[in-house]
Design a binder for this molecule. Structure first.
Ligand code: EPU
Length: 421
């Protein structure tokens, strides 16, 4: 197993390039199941989650060529199988978004329930509700979702659950509805940029989707889809994490590829905290003199402050004078980073779905354990400012969502090494 060893204290300076979006690429790769023709996806980051998705497609007898160095995936799903087994699906929750395309294309599929997740309970009731509303018979048996239909028929569907819209639920429904008879209207659709990117890809394939990126989406079903090429959007959460790294370290970093329009809530919050954020065409420059102010944060579905940036923002607040209240409205229990940050000397108390962060004068390095992707990113950020050496263990969590994070941070002047245990 590998770990990251960070010697904190250096402000980051320079330019960093953002990779393609993991959360856009995953459903887009799944969407290639909707056609027998070849598809080419560009800008795909080299991450373990992407590898898992490619492995599942290969298991489904799909031809997948992953040119990792070029960030290109070529896929041809000539005759896909219909069963996605637990052994593969359990490795990654995003594999639940195979349901929509398999059902749309084959009218019959069996996909393992993805299983538990450390960031909280992640039910798929809304996914299943949506597919049933399209006319599928859906049952959950022996740990698998079985879905079948003679044909899918478009209708009006409300997709808001207890925590608002669902990103992969919307993606699943879109991918099933593109080949349904008639028109599907999704209300309370997720409007994350990754959903808009999926719609762009599906429309390149010949789908007729309008309104993606808003809460109301209309999908006019078509007979068949064709192969298409697409370049995925830059990863807004990776970009936000480097912005946070500049802020916490008191540095000056140009984040190339960061799309300001996808990061509005993040730069707004950073500015409120006293960070200077310049928006340039195709990049963002983030400067901080280390003189930060405590801010309160509430996570929400897009365009609200992203839950995937909550842990990183909490890391900044641990070393910011004053008290900050960080509230989770998307995954109420997503605070695994809190106890590990305590090991670095942070003063954070949990109150229901809020973290009360009292800024301390400084953190001190210690061994910590990564528990999920964004919690690990937050620990890396904390390590950048902690006095002495911080060891972040179990970094396969980081590698699920950040391409070469250690190399990119080193290029910005951080002292960070990947070490095999
Ligand atoms: N929810 C339900 N029922 C459902 C589906 C979701 O109650 O059927 C609840 C969830 O439990 C959660 C909320 O709705 O409380 C929102 O969940 P959502 O379905 O939007 O999450 P997701 O689609 O499973 C994606 C990202 C996550 C990101 C969330 C929220 C991918 C592969 N994953 O998950 O990304 O946190 O949207 O923006 O796109 C990450 O990258 O670290 C990550 C966890």
């Amino acid at each position: 197993m590998e770990k990251l060893v960070i010697s904190g204290g250096d402000p980051l300076h320079g330019t960093v390039y953002v990779s393609g979006s993991k959360n856009a690429a995953l459903p887009i790769i799944a969407a290639t199941l909707l056609t027998a023709e070849p598809c080419v996806i560009r800008g795909v980051p080299d991450l373990s989650d992407i590898k898992f998705m490619c492995d599942i497609l290969r298991w489904l007898s799909v031809e997948v060529k992953h040119h990792k160095r070029d960030g290109v995936i070529e896929v041809q799903a000539a005759h896909p199988l219909s069963v996605a087994p637990y052994e593969l699906v359990r490795k990654m929750r995003a594999s639940v978004c195979l349901l929509g395309p398999l059902l749309g294309r084959l009218h019959n599929c069996k996909v393992s329930l993805p299983g538990g997740c450390v960031i909280g309970d992640r039910p798929i009731d809304q996914h299943l509700k949506g597919l049933k509303r399209l006319g599928a018979e859906v049952k959950v048996q022996n740990g698998y979702v079985h879905a079948r239909c003679d044909e899918l028929v478009g209708t009006d569907i409300f997709m808001g659950g207890r925590f608002g819209s669902t990103v992969l639920g919307t993606a699943n429904l879109m991918m099933a509805a593109v080949l349904a008879q008639g028109t599907t209207r999704i209300e309370s659709a997720a409007c994350e940029p990754e959903i808009e990117d999926l719609a762009i890809f599906l429309n390149h394939m010949g789908a007729k989707i309008r309104g993606a990126g808003s809460h109301i989406m209309e999908i006019e079903g078509v007979e068949a889809l064709q192969g298409a090429e697409h370049t995925v959007i830059p990863d807004r959460i990776e970009a936000g994490t480097f912005m946070a790294a500049a802020a916490i370290s008191g540095g000056d970093v140009e984040v190339k590829g960061a799309r300001a329009e996808h990061l509005h809530a993040v730069w707004d919050k950073l500015e409120e905290a006293g960070v200077t954020v310049e928006r340039n065409n195709g990049s963002m420059r983030v400067r901080s003199n280390g003189d930060l102010k405590a801010v309160d944060v509430i996570t929400m579905p897009y365009p609200g402050f992203p839950t995937d940036m909550q842990a990183q923002m909490s890391a900044i607040m641990t070393v910011t004078p004053g008290i900050s209240v960080i509230t989770e409205k998307v995954f109420p229990g997503r605070f695994m980073h809190v106890s590990e940050m305590g090991r670095l000397g942070a003063d954070v108390a949990l109150e229901g779905s809020s973290a009360i962060v009292k800024g301390v004068d400084g953190l001190s390095g210690a061994p910590v354990m990564a528990s999920d992707l964004r919690a690990s990113a937050a620990l890396v950020l904390a390590g950048l400012v902690a006095d002495g050496e911080t060891e972040v263990n179990r970094i396969y969590h980081v590698d699920r969502g950040y391409e070469e994070i250690d190399k990119k941070l080193r290029q910005l002047g951080a002292r960070i090494e990947r070490v095999s245990e």
